[in-house]
Every structure is written in structure tokens, then in C-alpha cells.
Design a protein. Structure first.
Lengths: 329, 329
């Protein structure tokens, strides 16, 4: 029976319609091939091909060899060399697209993905995220740093070798602003962080929790938009990813390894996006009400006319069922 | 040079980044096959297979034969038989998913699509849209009727035979509410409809107009999110699709035929969504400030982590370039 739900933070509506998952199709969408060898000659991110990328910005090393590398995006969405004219017309507002766009090469090994990496690989990726975040957020003109990952073509990736991206933006993005405002409103009303309240309520309910350890909770949001959508969130109230400690980082890496492993066992090697939401620069007034987190959005189906035209999403897997499957393995 | 733009109505940000369109890829996404024959035995929407659909709700006829048919969706996103419990908890709001979900079979001919139909086919489709809209909007509990089309798998279609859908909703969708509020705010400030102002400004500029006839304008929005995104909008101030006249409907059909023909010549047989935005029931106070329109969103690339995580979109084709190409054929 279809059920309409509303996200407690963003107010987004989703229709949980399990029956729709069973509809037949005469249209094909072919799967991409299985991951190949550890080294691919034409891959600019493979070991030995370092000269194929623009000059390196940053790296994490182990015994004099890189384990992660950071390079400028060769085809940046934003650039410090941009010099369009700003325009403040009533209808046609535009702004110079200044910013930074970096690629984080997550591993030396072309055959690795978040589905088969070790805890230590996750630690190195997260350390690189933290380094780049802190470096970029302190640049002039930058208000927000978006760290995200696209896995497979359907999720927007253009290269196969496991990588993430950091985009440093000259503005606070709308979705983050919406979360900031909504959680502040809740805080003003109830004197509590809405994310803390969700965590507590979810732990009590125990229907949508995948992992609950000392530092992090992994849960399927009540109004999940995507099949098997998950959120990783620190249990303690923390407004920003930038202050994550070494120990927390290690715990986060363990949760991530565990959760990708479980996802892989249930839905295979699937396309997904992952991104961090954290307090923007200069937004200290939201410190008590905002709570940083990571979202994982599997791209198993395609948004269609209803989603694009109305902002109402259809999800054919109830988050409770997703969690049942992720627990029972 | 990347350029940041903001949509005048919704406030959505888009980065126009032409250079990014040139990036190479080692990931494949296979194209779907070319449209087949006029009749497909297994297709529930083909002539002669009428018993494969649930009982017909509506049709348009010509010489005793149907030209369009309307049937209930076999796998509805919403249903009048739904009977979940409503819940008004502070964090976990949910509502019974009541509503209607219909399929509009647009043609008898399996090989037809909006890319090769005649004006008369468009007239029949639009007449069916209007009939279903007016029937559904008057039902109890219904606040909004979303009429939309998904073409090809990547745009969310599961069946190949050309069809649209109507979903009657028990609430006003967020995206429509946002447009209503934003245009009202503009009206209060400037005493004018923002859409009327955009139309006039665009006609004056003449950089983003594809078609400009007596009744309708087809334009590429200033802050287009999708490559070759288009909007079809009546030139006169009209708040609702439901009152469209026979003559306007004919003119709209001509514009649509023309625009899909041009799109086809420039970008081929591509996946897209199309949907109507119109004034919801009982919202007469927005009559002067809201202006109905149709949006066409080609799905040539995939939204990725930046879009999902921040609500900032990257578009690799400037709307001005799209229009240049659509005009020069």
C-alpha cells in the first residue's frame, strides 16, 4: 500500500511504493562490465601514469610511495581563472564561476573499489578528505567545500579508477542552506538538534539502523528517496567534519568498510553517489543546531517526470526492508 | 570559463561549464536500440492487445477506433485503496498514499514517438491531457494533478510504446509550492508576473528563444539545469492549463511538433522528461502571479554527487548555444 512520507529535515516528500518495484519492462539498460586488472595502461590514475594528470597538489604516502593522490580536475566545473562578468539583473543573476575542483585518487590499484577495500584504505581516503577540506575551506572567496564521490557512469563518473572529488564553492549551496535553516527552526522550537533527536528515536525504534557503534550510526532515512539510501552520522553532536579526530576517523573507516561490504552482498557492485554535509564557513550561529553527516545514494533506478516535475520521489524499497536485508547477511 | 547562474524563479544554482563537456570517459553507457515495428505482440499498449491493460477509463476516438486510451497504472504510485495509518509524529510524518495514477497511451502505433508524430497526434495527446486533468482535479482529496512523460529507460520509462502519465496527488508538491511562493513574492514587489517579465525580456534579448508564435514561446531557461532544457509557455498571462482553448491547444500542438522535430535533428532520439506546471486546486490567490508552462528536460547526462549533495547543477551546454543549434537547421 503506497505511503507518503515527509523528510523531517528537508520536508521532501517520498512515496514508498513497494508494488511498483515489480513492474515489468521491455526497455533494457545494460550493466557495465566487471572491474578489470590492477593496472590499466590508459588510466591516468594508475601507478606509473602520474604524468598523465595535471601536477599533483597533495598526497598521502607510505614508505615513500603514494597511497592517495590529489590533482586538479582537468575539466573543472569551477576555476580560479574564470573571469566572467558578474551581473545582478533582476531576472538574470550570474556570477563568475571561481572556485577549486580537485580529484582525489583513492588508491594505486585500478581493481579496488569501496566494495573491496580494507579499513586502512578507508582511513587513507578519509584523511585525504580532511586534509583537502581544511586546506580549501580556508581559501579566500570560498564559502563551502563539497566532498563527494561518483561511482560508475550512471552516478556521473567518467573514469573507472576509484576516486572522489572536492569542489570549493564561492557560495553556500541551496541544499545545505535548506538543512541549516530547517534544523535551526527545529532547534528554536524544541531547544534540541533535530539530527540528535532522529538518532535517538531511530536507536529506540531499531527499524532503520544498520550499524550502531560507539561513535557512528548508519541508518536508512525515514523518507529515503533512493533504494538503500543510507546516512552515516556521528552520535555525539558535531557540527563539522573538519574537526574529526584521528580516533573518530578510524571508527568511521570501520563503519564504512562494514556498510559497503553489506551493501555489496545485498545489491552487488552498484552505481552510487556519496557526499559529506557539513557546516559552511562563517556560519557559527548554526553550530548548535547543525550536525554533519555523510549520505550514500545508490542509483539503482532513474528519477522520472514525477520527481523532476513535482519534487515528489517514488521509492520502491521501504527503508525498513532495506535495513532488514542489510542486517540479515 | 565557468559561469554560475541562478534561476530567477526557483533560485536554483547552475554552473555553465562548457569545457567539462569535452572530458574523456572510459566508462560506457550503451544506447538503447532504435524503435521497432508498428505492432509488437507483447506490448500491452498496442492495438489489438487492449485486454492486457486494466479496464479503460477514457479514450479519444476517430471513426470508432481509439486514437488515445487512458488506463489505470497497473503498478500505481498512489491508489484510492491505500489505507496506511496517518501519523503526525514530530519527526516521522506519514500519510496514506491515496490518489490516482493513470497511463495515457498516446498512439495506436508502436513505432511513433514525439519525434515523428504529426500535429494532429499532438492535438489528440493534449486533448487527452486536458480531459484527464479536469476529471482528476475535481476528485475529493485531490489537490494537484501532475501530468508528465518519461521517454526511454534513462528518463524512467519502463515501457517503450509512447505514453504519458497522470498522477493525482493529495497535496501540492514542493516544487510547485516553491514556484508559487517565489512568483508571488516577485509580484508583491514589482506588481508583475515574473514569468510574463521573463518572456518579454527573453523576446527582447532573442538569445534563448527557439519559437515565438502568436500564442506560445519556446525558450531555453537562463539557468537551464539540463543540456537542451526547454520551456513552452503561453505568451498571455494564464494561470492554469485547465482552461486552455481549442485554438490554443492547436497552436501548442504545432509548437510541440516543431520543437521535437528540431530537437531530434540536433540531438537525435534522446531520453527526456516532460511535465506541466499549473496552478493547484484552491490556490486562487496565486492566480495573478502564477503562469502555467511545460518543461522539457533531456536526460543526456547523469546528475552526480555535486547535484545530489549540494543542489548545484553542472550544465555543459549553455542555453544560448543550444538555441543557436536549434535555430540553425
Amino acid at each position: 500500500m503506497p505511503e507518503l512520507r515527509k523528510d523531517p529535515v528537508t520536508g521532501k516528500h517520498v512515496i514508498i511504493a513497494i508494488e511498483r518495484g515489480k513492474r515489468p519492462s521491455d526497455l533494457k539498460e545494460t550493466n557495465e562490465e566487471i572491474k578489470p586488472k590492477s593496472y590499466v595502461e590508459t588510466c591516468p590514475f594508475c601507478v606509473g601514469n602520474e604524468e598523465k594528470t595535471p601536477p599533483e597538489i597533495d598526497r598521502i604516502e607510505n614508505e615513500n610511495e603514494w597511497v592517495t593522490r590529489v590533482v586538479p580536475n582537468k575539466f573543472p566545473a569551477l576555476s580560479m581563472e574564470s573571469e566572467c562578468e558578474d551581473s545582478n539583473q533582476r531576472l538574470f543573476w550570474k556570477k563568475n564561476g571561481v572556485g577549486y575542483h580537485e580529484v582525489i585518487i583513492e588508491t594505486r590499484d585500478h581493481s579496488k573499489s569501496l566494495f573491496n577495500m580494507e579499513v586502512n584504505d578507508f582511513v587513507n581516503i578519509l584523511k585525504t578528505y580532511k586534509k583537502r577540506y581544511n586546506e580549501l575551506i580556508n581559501k579566500d572567496e570560498i564559502k563551502y567545500v563539497s566532498i563527494f564521490k561518483n561511482y560508475k557512469k550512471k552516478a556521473g563518473a567518467s573514469l573507472e579508477h576509484s576516486h572522489s572529488q572536492a569542489i570549493a564553492l564561492p557560495l553556500v549551496p541551496n541544499l545545505v542552506k535548506e538543512e541549516l535553516e530547517a534544523s535551526k527552526k527545529y532547534f528554536e522550537k524544541y531547544k534540541r538538534c533535530i539530527f540528535c533527536d532522529i538518532i535517538n528515536e531511530e536507536i529506540k525504534d531499531d527499524k532503520r539502523i544498520v550499524i550502531n557503534d560507539d561513535h557512528f550510526v548508519v541508518l536508512a532515512p525515514f523518507a529515503s528517496i533512493y533504494n538503500y539510501e543510507l546516512m552515516i552520522i556521528p552520535k555525539a553532536h558535531q557540527h563539522s567534519f573538519k574537526d574529526i579526530t584521528e580516533n573518530e576517523l578510524k571508527m568511521l573507516a570501520e563503519s564504512m568498510k562494514e556498510v559497503f561490504n553489506r551493501l555489496n552482498k545485498v545489491i552487488g557492485d552498484f552505481p552510487f553517489n556519496m557526499y559529506i554535509h557539513t557546516l559552511p564557513k562563517g556560519m557559527e550561529k548554526y553550530k548548535k543546531s547543525y550536525h554533519w553527516h555523510i549520505e550514500i545514494s545508490p542509483r539503482l533506478s532513474n528519477h522520472a517526470g514525477l520527481e523532476l516535475g513535482s519534487g515528489i520521489y517514488i521509492n520502491t524499497v521501504a527503508p525498513e526492508d532495506a535495513v532488514k536485508n542489510l542486517r540479515n547477511i
